[in-house]
Design a protein around this ligand. Structure first.
Ligand SMILES: NC(=O)c1ccc[n+]([C@@H]2O[C@H](COP(=O)([O-])OP(=O)(O)OC[C@H]3O[C@@H](n4cnc5c(N)ncnc54)[C@H](O)[C@@H]3O)[C@@H](O)[C@H]2O)c1
Length: 266
């Protein structure tokens, strides 16, 4: 549960807020006192905005595919129309990728994974940055992945997209520090979300297979379980707040220790 008030007065935009980490982060931003703009490719994202309003904070929702230029422009315009300014961008929307080795991966799937996970963060940052500069206290929090800092089996498109997010984060920190903008990324390990359960394979996994995958993912993390989305949201709120005032260009793993060991299997 984020500390109440740490985002008071700030306008926060969370992409992919209909479910999982994005939903938890949008709700946490509202609890922390922010006005929250939410978007998702799915109309079900409206429910997150409604829940934030019920918690007592301002919130709006827009349908937006972050991979497309004009809808992202419209999203940022709509944020400014509703709230007057924009202080924090949380680039969360993402998809899990094709789940095949590279020579078996369809070109269309590669293109879509890169478009949503990397181009989407580029587009949202591009159109948000003039407003973040104007804010004088702009922050960007990019949701990357441990798959962006290590290689993982059968995930070439996903690993490449998240690796791109990791170094784009560092690059933006260099270019925009003088504007007072801090840019950081979170690399979650395995999280208990729709994506974390099935890693968004194109064909949904059978329930038994999905459970087996979850258990396998939990076993890879020294803490022995998947994260809850709220545990990622907590760090996103920290990075969005003044509590992290000297952090920029940081790549923060929130992975139960997954990437500091290799699995010995005993
Ligand atoms: N779950 C995990 O184990 C895990 C691990 C590391 C990183 N991540 C990252 O965390 C982020 C959130 O994932 P999650 O686990 O909460 O998954 P999720 O599937 O629960 O949530 C992703 C949300 O993004 C939305 N979305 C997908 N494509 C979109 C698009 N083109 N435009 C706008 N919205 C779109 C979906 O509708 C969904 O609401 C992603 O960037 C993901 O890569 C997840």
């Amino acid at each position: 549960m984020p500390e109440r008030g740490v985002l008071t007065g700030l306008v926060v935009l969370v992409t992919g807020a209909a479910s999982g980490i994005g939903r938890a982060t949008a709700l946490a931003a509202g609890l922390a006192g922010a006005s929250v703009m939410t978007c998702d490719i799915s109309e079900s994202g409206e429910a997150s905005a409604e829940q934030i309003r019920q918690q007592g904070s301002r919130a709006e929702f827009a349908v937006c595919d972050v991979a497309q230029e004009q809808p992202v422009k419209n999203l940022i315009d709509s944020t400014i129309e509703h709230f007057g300014h924009l202080d924090v961008l949380i680039n969360n929307a993402g998809i899990g990728g094709g789940g095949r080795r590279l020579h078996e991966l369809e070109v269309e799937i590669w293109d879509r994974t890169i478009a949503v996970n990397l181009r989407g963060q580029f587009l949202c940052s591009k159109f948000a940055l003039p407003h973040l500069i104007a804010s004088g206290r702009g922050r960007i929090v990019n949701i990357a992945s441990t798959y962006g800092i290590v290689g993982a089996p059968s995930s070439p498109d996903y690993c490449a997209s998240k690796g791109g997010v990791v170094n784009l984060t560092r690059q933006l920190a260099v270019d925009y520090g003088a504007d007072g903008i801090r840019v950081n990324a979170i690399c979650p390990g395995y999280v208990d979300t729709d994506m974390g359960g099935v890693r968004a394979r194109l064909a949904p996994l059978e329930a038994a297979a999905a459970l087996a995958r979850k258990e396998a993912h939990a076993a890879l993390q020294p803490l022995g379980r998947q994260a809850q989305p709220e545990e990622i949201a907590e760090v996103a709120i920290f990075l969005a707040s003044d509590r992290s005032s000297f952090m920029s260009g940081s790549i923060v793993t929130v992975d139960g220790g997954c990437t500091v060991t290799f699995n010995h299997g005993d």
